[in-house]
Design a protein around this ligand. Sequence first.
Ligand SMILES: NC(=O)c1ccc[n+]([C@@H]2O[C@H](COP(=O)([O-])OP(=O)(O)OC[C@H]3O[C@@H](n4cnc5c(N)ncnc54)[C@H](O)[C@@H]3O)[C@@H](O)[C@H]2O)c1
Ligand SMILES: O=P(O)(O)OC[C@H](O)CO
Length: 312
Amino acid sequence: AGRHAVCLWARDAAQVQAMTAARENARYLPGIALPAALVVRGGPALAAVADAELVIVATPMAALREQLLLLRNAACPVTWLCKGVEPALAGADGLLAHEIQAQVAPGLVGGVLSGPSFAQEVAQGRPTALVAASPHAGLRDALVDAFHGPSLRVYANEDIVGVEVGGAVKNVLAIATGLADGLALGLNARAALITRGLAEMTRLGLALGARADTFMGLSGLGDLVLTATGDLSRNRKVGLLLAQGQTLAQAVASLGHVAEGVYCARTVVQRARHLGVEMPIAESVVALLDGRVRPAEAVAELMKREPGVEAP
Ligand SMILES: NC(=O)c1ccc[n+]([C@@H]2O[C@H](COP(=O)([O-])OP(=O)(O)OC[C@H]3O[C@@H](n4cnc5c(N)ncnc54)[C@H](O)[C@@H]3O)[C@@H](O)[C@H]2O)c1
Ligand SMILES: O=P(O)(O)OC[C@H](O)CO
């Protein structure tokens, strides 16, 4: 938004050099010129954030624990963009991002920036609305101050549990809608998956202590609609490719970016089971990813379920 000096730190020296020379992130956002004021840096991460007022971690979920460990003594607040759940460690449930922070960097002031936002459209300056969630009011305000602008609206939310559950579960559900669309099941089926998926997401969130209304907001329904229907979604693409007969390995290899639903579906389902929460759509996605059912069988299993009442 032009109100702050911004430094982009990357771990890969070759990528730093390429971005500095071309003033473009050709590998991840080709065709988008980096703003003239943006400084690109490599080297030790801690040196790069020494004078920072705010750090944003933009790695996949799998790298968050390592990044937070590195930043655990940072003097400034840290915010992550990751949407997922960490794979379960032996004998324990997989953790949401704020739970990892509580474990490895409890002294840090942390939060998440989430909501319906394909990076490509944000970078093109297309209108986008996000949600900034943290238990710390000061960080929520700082995120709105740093990011709110003519093409980006940022809403604050105290409910970090609900925001993170929405961000994780929508990835799993987008694999399901990609699969349904890839099998040409029709628009009715897609609407059914989105709506019943939202009920699953809400049930899990409530069991984890989230607020129900968060799931009607940007990080819940908003991101679910975007990811389940938008062809820029990597998660949706995985479903589409599986429906075409590709193996999971082939589908994942063709993306070049992380599809978090592939990595968190099992953990989501495992956590739901431990809490006694029913998530039949997510269960079907896991069966598909594990190769226990074929695409058409996953759908048939869902349709065979006993009739039920609509209330979540
Ligand atoms: N791309 C989007 O449109 C978008 C939008 C909103 C949220 N997100 C979320 O943001 C997170 C990152 O998504 P992405 O699309 O940028 O993923 P990506 O696969 O493009 O990776 C992002 C960056 O993280 C780096 N990285 C990967 N593994 C790492 C590790 N172990 N240590 C340090 N760095 C590592 C990669 O080199 C890359 O620069 C995901 O959780 C995703 O759900 C993505
Ligand atoms: O490409 P996906 O499926 O990871 O989705 C990207 C963003 O999370 C959409 O908000």
